[in-house]
Design a protein around this ligand. Structure first.
Ligand code: 8Y4
Length: 283
């Protein structure tokens, strides 16, 4: 197997250069209460926030309408469509930016792609009925993320014989399933899924050995921003995890991550520019 990912990722008509680290900005369109996410105010707000992230150096905006936080309840496909599709449309119209859609529903993948999304980010790695076929037809890049269990119960008692081996075996199975469904290998990205059915020890082992996953020769995406693992190490609530999250992003890129999914774009972009300066100096 090759040890270097393709330096370019084809996303629709745009080619993303992965030879330096890419920041993906998180755009949640999940209302906390009172509305179903279809409200115009919430959508306007989301678009403004995306504009700030793009101006700060985010190269991709990841739009999600399903909360996959530990213990989160599931949403209907219609709720997800109402939340995600108008925002994708507005982002393309306003900024002509690269939009990724964070979804596991084939209906949402299709509708978001029609609205202009060029990357599918699926925390369930195309395991829902119909998802493989839709992505094969769309011919868009797709991120295959590892998760043990489902969001509602994934943190109850995560267990592995060896986390890196288990995650690799999962990647092997999902890559095979994608190829069998007619998805080209150069459409795939991999993500070990920090926090998705993992204890702190599991997450640290994954981060420590992240470079093992570069042997697939596929782009690696990671998300640790503000997550519980950062909170556990720092013993701090979600609004005080900025510096820890930035450190985690730096460590991940040092270990081979190509794309980092983050909330705090300015800070992460600056930190990664330092990493990049040293990398260029040493090459
Ligand atoms: C505070 C902040 C507490 C964030 C929890 C969270 C990933 C992902 C998520 C990831 C990829 C989250 C959609 C979870 N995490 N997609 N999505 N990789 N590819 N939780 O790690 O941010 S949502």
């Amino acid at each position: 197997m090759s040890d270097t990912a393709a330096p370019q990722l084809r996303c629709g008509s745009i080619s993303l250069d992965l030879s330096s680290p890419i920041v993906m900005g998180v755009l949640n369109v999940t209302p906390d209460s009172f509305s179903d996410g279809g409200s115009f105010a919430l959508q306007e707000n989301a678009v403004t926030h995306a504009g700030l992230m793009l101006a700060s150096g985010a190269k991709i905006i990841d739009v999600g309408g399903e909360s996959t936080r530990p213990g989160a309840e599931s949403v209907t496909v219609q709720q997800e469509l109402n939340r995600v599709v108008p925002v994708v449309e507005m982002l393309i119209k306003e900024y002509q930016c690269l939009v990724s859609v964070d979804t596991s529903s084939p209906e949402v993948m299709l509708a978001a792609a029609e609205a202009g999304a060029v990357l599918i980010n699926d925390v369930r790695a195309l395991q829902r009925d119909g998802a493989l076929d839709v992505v094969a037809k769309l011919d868009l890049p797709v991120c295959l993320m590892h998760m043990q269990g489902q969001p509602v119960d994934m943190q109850s008692n995560p267990q592995y014989s060896s986390i890196t081996q288990d995650v690799s075996a999962f990647f092997d199975r999902r890559i095979d399933a994608c190829l069998a469904a007619g998805i080209a290998r150069d459409r795939l990205l991999l993500d070990p899924g920090f926090g998705f059915g993992k204890t702190l020890a599991h997450n640290l082992e994954l981060l420590s050995h992240l470079n093992r996953f570069t042997s697939y020769g596929l782009p690696l995406l990671v998300g640790m921003s503000r997550k519980t693992m950062i909170g556990q190490i720092l013993d701090k609530p979600v609004d005080q995890r900025l510096f820890g999250s930035v450190a985690a992003a730096v460590l991940a890129v040092e270990r081979g991550a190509h794309i980092v999914r983050v909330h705090d774009v300015v800070e992460t972009v600056d930190a990664l520019r330092i990493v990049e300066a040293l990398r260029l100096r040493n090459n």
